[in-house]
Design a protein around this ligand. Structure first.
Ligand SMILES: [Zn+2]
Length: 295
């Protein structure tokens, strides 16, 4: 976002000057004025104006860089309904999913870390802290495994939630324009997130589904299980130590659900013939398979 109106007012006659910058409809507005000038200062006024304007410009840019991108949750819910998006999804490993089940809700990576619970390390962890998203819960508008016909990079367990939580949550909801793994340091918040639902409506199709991520900001406690409809587990049809990986995963999850007195359906993923998740799982190392399917 750049200033769309810059106003200079210089009145040598009155011996005073002022200026303001206005930032779009969101109204970042800064205004400076100087008391009547001494006679000898009048010549320096234009120079002072230039310096002040430069400072103002930098201040405005730095503020828009960190502008809060919270969305109107009711408008967002309505927009999702219009788009036929009835559920949001979160994929993870069996180990991290078990931590969620034990805590009876999703948690941000920062919250799990703070509570000193277990979660499978992710290569993006360091970057998440740098970009201030370590305490955010991430959700997808699509089941990316079904959408792309391949395994989800975050793990074989998929939690499926009704979008109705948007009508109740007190947390801020921000929606990314790209996966943070591709963010760079110079980017402003308006480059990373949609700034409003109306803007999102206009630009929605410009961004691929896997890049638009719904984030529940600043999470510190277990959330969303009230809106959880089911858990789906991938079925790679692979044996590890002569035991079927899907059965291992499902058994661990069901035990966790029972032990924590929850009522959640765990079902096997049914893949279409074009899905190549089985090939991908077959290519993975034993170490990776353990990381994804075992705690
Ligand atoms: Zn598949």
């Amino acid at each position: 976002m750049v200033p769309n109106a810059i106003v200079f007012v210089l009145s040598a006659k009155e011996g005073s000057y002022a200026f303001a910058s206005r930032f779009g409809r969101h109204g970042w507005r800064f205004f400076y004025e100087q008391a009547p000038l001494q006679k000898r200062d009048k010549l320096r006024a234009p120079l002072r104006l230039s310096i002040l304007h430069a400072l103002n410009f930098v201040l405005c840019l730095s503020i828009t860089k960190f502008k809060r991108m919270k969305l109107d949750k009711f408008k967002l819910h309505r927009f999702f309904e219009e788009k036929g998006i009835t559920h949001l999804h979160h994929a993870n490993t069996v180990a991290t999913a078990l931590t969620f089940i034990e805590q009876k809700g999703l948690l941000s990576r920062g919250a799990v870390d703070k509570l000193q619970l277990y979660q499978t390390p992710q290569s993006s962890d360091r970057k998440d802290k740098v970009f201030n998203i370590w305490n955010d819960v991430f959700l997808d508008t699509h089941d990316l495994h079904s959408h792309f016909g391949r395994d989800n990079r975050y793990g074989p367990v998929l939690f499926k939630f009704s979008i109705d939580f948007l009508l109740k949550t007190k947390s801020e909801i921000w929606v990314t324009k790209d996966n943070p793994i591709r963010w760079t340091k110079g980017m402003r918040n308006s480059d990373k997130y949609f700034s409003s639902v109306s803007r999102m409506k206009r630009e929605w199709d410009n961004y691929k589904p896997e890049r638009r991520m719904i984030t529940v900001r600043k999470n510190s406690r277990a959330i969303l299980f009230k809106y959880l409809e089911e858990i789906t587990v991938d079925e790679p049809r692979l044996l590890l130590d002569e035991i079927d990986l899907f059965r291992v995963a499902r058994r661990q999850l069901r035990r966790g659900i029972k032990a924590n007195d929850l009522d959640i359906n765990v079902k096997a993923r049914k893949c279409p013939s074009y899905c190549y998740c089985e090939d991908n799982y077959y290519e993975k190392s034993v170490r990776d398979l353990r990381r994804l399917f075992y705690r």
